[in-house]
Design a protein around this ligand. Sequence first.
Ligand code: S3P
Length: 440
Amino acid sequence: MPAGPLTGRIRVPGDKSISHRALMLAGLAVGRSRISGLLEGEDVLTTATAMRALGATVERDGADWIVDGIGVGTLLQPDAALDMGNSGTSARLLMGIIASHGITAALTGDASLSRRPMARVIEPLGLMGAHFTPSPGGTLPLMIEGLQPAVPLTYRLPVPSAQVKSAILLAALNTPGTTTVIEPVATRDHTERMLRAFGVAVDAETVDVEMHLSLTGPADLSPCDITVPGDPSAAAFFAVAATIVPGSDLVIENVGLNPGRSGLYRVLDEMGAAIDLQDRREIGGEPVADLQVRHAPLRGVTIDPAIVPSMIDEFPALFVAAAFATGTTITSGLDELRVKESDRLGTMAQALRAIGARVGEHADGLAIEGSGGRPLAGGGPIEVRHDHRIAMSMAVAACASEAGIEVDDISCIATSFPGFAALLDRATGEPPPSPSGTTS
Ligand code: S3P
């Protein structure tokens, strides 16, 4: 049976990207930083554990986290392999930090992370002097030997990736001279914003539509108190759920709306969604608003590939919205989705078809013919391939599906959104969740 309307006011957990960076930069500062609103998901806790292994003190203090940094240039040699779990952000950004320090580390990860490409960071960090011994195909597990002092670099990103940009900027912190990253396509700028908050100058200059970001090392970080805003990628699931379930009127408070992250909300607006941004403000140097989301009929759209980097993690949720729209939604330029926690094009195409949606899969995108607002059949069990965003997308689709949807794994949701099921139940007025894998 479809879920009840989503109503009331909710808060989603802290932003995952910003939480990783807060722990890393606080761990590299000299002195004590306090972080409020940190996401306590498995991925971020992976970063906390790794920063401890590199010499920082990271402790929970009530609702906040306190970090006593070890300082740039003085990282400790970890005495065991650093387990990156499912977290690509931890792996790639930490490789940047380690690359310019005179230490050696082994990085391991789960089956999904061990399939994901690391060559994109190995190449520039190798040019800066770090030495890598990856598994075949340039993947984890790998060994990294940093070089101190490393060699500054000017590097044009071949893929639009905030993780690669950030890895290079983090390596630049302990590299004498000026390192420049050239971004042909803008990606989320949390690293640059937060480095400035910790007192590091990052020059940003637009040259012929490309962004040139320069950092001169070695650079000291001054400790800083950070407030992490709510995660727009977590809020996305609730924004889509409230949009597709008739009668919904939900306020999602405190959602970060960094321009490099808010593409989904622009696309939903174009599709006819009713999302009001209320009380726009700035928290921790990031734009934030409360989102009032009311049910609205959606129409299919063709999505401009230029907007893709600003909603790269939101496509699973967008595909669900498209499955309930009137008309066809066409996406392209989504090659990067094939190398996320799962192949998100293949996994979502299969999942949506299994619940009754009409989906065409292409090399770099999906074409989804919507139901015209009618509930989908539902069913399952759906293979989510241990991908948190696929599992949450299916839970959202279940809210507007006749038979509910069964998924094969909900444990993966804890990587980014512990408490997701309980929050969805609260918003839809359902009784507390059952312990099985059934999402509705
Ligand atoms: C992230 C960047 C994106 C995104 C990931 C988090 C970050 O990855 O998909 O979830 O925090 O920098 P890419 O850099 O691979 O695009």
